[in-house]
Structures are given as structure tokens and as C-alpha cells.
Design a protein around this ligand. Structure first.
Ligand SMILES: *Cc1c(COP(=O)(O)O)cnc(C)c1O
Length: 333
């Protein structure tokens, strides 16, 4: 894939680390588990949205935008990183916050919501779950234009084909690091939400003929709906990057056993996984995404789907600021 053809801003200085998790692996007694540290990308507190924003913000700047408008949940990492990217580019940001769990938006909240204030978000509009967010974003863009702004709308999670190129780049970067470190992986596990991460990784792995299975652990949707969404987005991303044909449907594998009662709502398996990673490796996962994704990996080890003679890669997508907004969900006892 020839990603240099796309305008891109650079928000991370170097490649994110790829390293083994010896104590976490030993505690599980299963495969050798490695981690790709996309919790250490650039922009405030890092995370997977930084990679997508490198392409999306370059596009916004090419269009002369002076305002970014996006949407997310009250503790959205994506909203925080969009605001961070806008800030370093000298742009303003407006947020459409979807209160996916009723009553969870609070102006004085900590975690990512505190960072919205700290980085001086221009405006926040809060709407209930089930609102037509695409229409809401367009209405905000119209209002901004009437005020004289040149707005650029970043869809939720930055999960357009253009944004997903960030994870095509991550797949290529990871395969190169694996080559240099002489480590061959048998399986990859990552969180699957708005889908740009999962879809971009699939497109990148397919484009590199890596033959490396990837399991996306859903944090919200059921398996069927998520697989259909990911297949569509992965194929569009692959085509945008110059690939011929589509990403094979059978390469799209989603587990939905870790969603629990719903998006951002805690599960025991999530809390156990977050604590185990912190206690064995001093690496912080988050309650909404990476904790559930890691719980999916743990479940696969316990089911025997990932065997002791295999090497597994967990893609850490960030999110640790949200830990501080959900302390009781992960605290011991
Ligand atoms: C957004 C997010 C995800 C999910 O990535 P998508 O590309 O939306 O599927 C995973 N982890 C964290 C920490 C996130 O903020």
C-alpha cells in the first residue's frame, strides 16, 4: 500500500513500542503475549485516534478548515484527541456528546471530560442516546458556517476509510517491527468499536499478505452487526489505499462476549483484566475499550483458542484517562 500518496500530519515522533508481556503471559499460563503500545502515540495522553487524525486533520487543513466538529460519548477519547489535534494546529473544536448511558454527562466530570475543558473546547452540545448523530453534526456545521467558520466534520471515532488508513499504517509498522525483532505472531487481538482500528488493521494485514488472523473484541454491537460494519469499512479502506478487490469476509472475526450490559458498563472480566495488566506489567488499560478487549484475549486463552505454543499480539489502543472517571469499576474489592 502506498500511503505516502495521502496528505498526513505527524503527531507521533517514532514508532510505538512492540514488546513482550512476560509477567502477564506467565500469570495466564498460556501463549506468549506481546503488546503494540498505541497507548503511547502522540497528542494529549495518546491512543488510537491519533493515527486516524493524522490523515483526517491533513484533509481538514487542505480544505481550509478552522473548526473541527466531532461526536462521542461523555468520556470520549476520540473527542479528547480531536480537540488535542485541533489545538496543536491552531483550530477550534466543537463536540456533539451523545449521552449513551442516560445521566452520565456531567460538566464537572473528571477523566476525558476534564481535558475537554482544559484544552478549551469551543462548545459542547449534549444529546440523548439514539439521536441521529450524522444529522446533528451537519446541523452544527451549518450553524458554524453561519457564524463565519469553515468547519470540518470528523465522524464518530474518525472511522472513515481515510481515518482508517492510520491503522493500515499501524499494521505495516507492526509487521516491520516484528521482522526486525524476529518475532512471528500467530494471532492479533484488538478492541472493535467505531471500527476504524479493526478495519484498518485488516486492510493493512491483507494488503501485506500477512496471513495473520485478527480478532476484534466488540465493546458495543453484537457480532453480526459489527462484522458487517467492519467488512464494509475494511473493504473501502483497502480500496482507498489502492488495493484491488475486497478484504475477504472470512477475515472479519468479531467476538461480542465481553460487551456485558452495554457500552462503557463494567464487567467483572474487564476489571480483572485491567488489574492483571497493571499488576504484572504496570501498563494501564481502560474500562471501556482495552479492558474489555484484553478480557476477550484472556477468554480466548482460557477456552484454548489461543494455545501455549503460540505468540499473540494485543494492540493497546489507549484510553487510560477514562480510568479516573470510573474508579469504582476497577478498584479492588
Ligand atoms: C475508540 C477507541 C477504541 C476503538 O477503536 P475504533 O477504531 O473506534 O473501533 C479502542 N480503544 C480506545 C481506548 C478507544 O478510545
Amino acid at each position: 500500500m502506498h500511503l505516502a500518496r495521502f496528505p498526513r500530519r505527524t503527531y507521533t515522533d517514532a514508532r510505538t513500542p512492540l514488546h513482550p508481556l512476560p509477567r502477564f503471559s506467565a500469570a495466564l499460563g498460556g501463549p506468549e503475549i506481546w503488546i503494540k503500545r498505541d497507548d503511547r502515540t502522540g497528542l494529549a495522553a495518546g491512543g488510537n485516534k491519533t493515527r486516524k487524525l493524522e490523515f483526517l486533520v491533513a484533509d481538514a487543513l487542505a480544505q481550509g478548515a478552522d473548526l473541527l466538529i466531532t461526536t462521542g460519548a461523555p468520556q470520549s477519547n476520540h473527542a479528547r484527541l480531536t480537540l488535542a489535534a485541533a489545538t496543536v494546529e491552531g483550530l477550534r473544536t466543537r463536540l456533539l456528546i451523545e449521552e449513551r448511558v442516560p445521566g452520565t454527562y456531567a460538566e464537572d466530570a473528571v477523566g476525558n471530560a476534564l481535558l475537554f475543558d482544559l484544552m478549551d473546547v469551543d462548545r459542547i452540545e449534549v444529546v440523548p442516546a439514539g439521536t441521529d448523530l450524522a444529522a446533528g453534526l451537519e446541523a452544527m456545521a451549518d450553524a458554524a458556517r453561519a457564524e463565519g467558520f469553515t468547519p470540518y466534520v470528523v465522524p464518530g471515532g474518525g472511522s472513515t476509510p481515510l481515518g482508517s488508513l492510520g491503522y493500515v499504517a499501524c499494521a505495516e509498522e507492526t509487521l516491520q517491527q516484528a521482522f526486525e525483532q524476529g518475532v512471528a505472531f500467530d494471532h492479533v487481538v484488538a478492541a472493535s468499536g467505531s471500527g476504524g482500528t479493526h478495519a484498518g488493521l485488516l486492510a493493512g494485514l491483507h494488503g501485506a499478505t500477512a496471513n495473520l488472523p485478527l480478532t476484534g473484541v466488540s465493546v458495543r454491537a453484537d457480532r453480526e452487526a459489527q462484522e458487517a460494519k467492519i467488512h464494509r469499512l475494511a473493504s473501502e479502506t483497502y480500496a482507498l489505499a489502492g488495493g484491488a478487490g475486497e478484504v475477504p469476509r472470512e477475515a472479519v472475526v468479531v467476538r461480542d462476549d465481553q460487551v456485558g450490559p452495554g457500552y462503557s458498563l463494567p464487567t467483572d472480566a474487564m476489571a480483572e483484566a485491567v488489574r492483571l495488566l497493571a499488576r504484572t506489567e504496570a501498563i494501564l488499560a481502560d474500562p471501556v475499550y482495552t479492558g474489555k478487549a484484553l478480557a476477550g484475549l484472556v477468554a480466548m486463552v482460557r477456552e484454548g483458542a489461543l494455545r501455549a505454543d503460540q505468540r499473540v499480539l494485543f494492540v493497546h489502543t489507549g484510553g487510560s484517562p477514562a480510568l479516573h472517571a470510573y474508579p469504582t469499576q476497577v478498584r479492588t474489592g
